[in-house]
Design a protein around this ligand. Structure first.
Ligand code: ADP
Ligand code: MG
Length: 227
């Protein structure tokens, strides 16, 4: 008879992640429950409670979605000719409203030589969405986001830089970046960079964060042209 054994380091990881998820999901659940109770006893401000309930439900949905992305890498596996420039522009287009509303200046400088690589467009889309979202959330007024791609023929890779002039991070924040549930935002999940890093690495690439408090953040991603 085979013995069922869970390696203790794996067990500890599961416990830590499970505790994190449980905690993150319990907060919005508690709030939904509370507001439903309020709604039942006080019908006059129903719509106000509705908004809160929907936003708390959306939060749970985001957390669960981000974990689903991590849990299903194989399903997402789809290597094909991937146009990096188009994917970055697609990611930017999703935030047009926010960019215009906050008057953010977007400057792109795409390498004309090579923009097509052998990669997985689905995962890359998620990567750029996460990074652009963070950049926009870090910027207040007179925000500027500069994105460049540079083809490196010797190493056969593409270097992508996304630079914002937002609030930046201090050394401690920078050290904790990518740690599950590390967030400085009221409505953050602290899962975006973990997913982003995992995806870039699974595509044979690397990612680096440089940041200065009060000055801005630069994310550098290096992706191989041939996977
Ligand atoms: P979330 O965005 O939900 O907080 P992330 O994993 O995407 O989770 O980011 C974790 C934390 O890293 C953020 O809360 C923020 O403090 C910091 N961060 C990420 N990107 C930037 C950026 N471009 N500028 C400043 N801080 C950032
Ligand atoms: Mg984020």
């Amino acid at each position: 008879k085979e013995e069922l054994q869970v390696r203790s380091d794996q067990y500890e990881t599961v416990v830590r992640v499970a505790a994190g998820i449980a905690h993150e999901i319990r907060n919005p659940l508690t709030s939904i429950k509370g507001f439903l109770q309020l709604m039942m006893s006080n019908s006059s401000s129903k719509s106000q409670y509705n908004d809160i309930i929907f936003s708390e439900l959306a939060r749970i949905e985001t957390i669960v979605n981000e974990f689903m992305l991590l849990a299903k890498p194989n399903e997402m596996d789809a290597y094909t000719e991937t146009n990096v420039t188009e994917i970055i522009e697609y990611a930017l287009s999703l935030f047009t409203h926010q960019i215009n509303k906050h008057n953010i200046q977007v400057e792109t400088n795409f390498d004309a030589d090579v923009s097509v690589i052998h990669s997985d467009p689905k995962r890359l889309k998620q990567v750029f969405i996460n990074i652009v979202k963070n950049a926009l959330e870090a910027m207040d007024k007179e925000g500027k986001l500069s994105i460049s791609t540079t083809y490196n023929s010797i190493q056969s890779n593409i270097v992508i830089k996304l630079q914002d002039n937002g609030k930046g991070m201090d050394v401690e924040q920078l050290r904790r970046i990518g740690e599950p549930f590390f967030t400085t935002k009221e409505k953050g999940t602290g899962l975006g960079i973990m997913v982003t890093t995992k995806f870039v690495e699974s595509l044979g690439g690397s990612i680096q964060y440089d940041s200065k408090l009060g000055e801005g953040t630069c994310v550098t991603i290096i992706l191989p042209v041939e996977m």
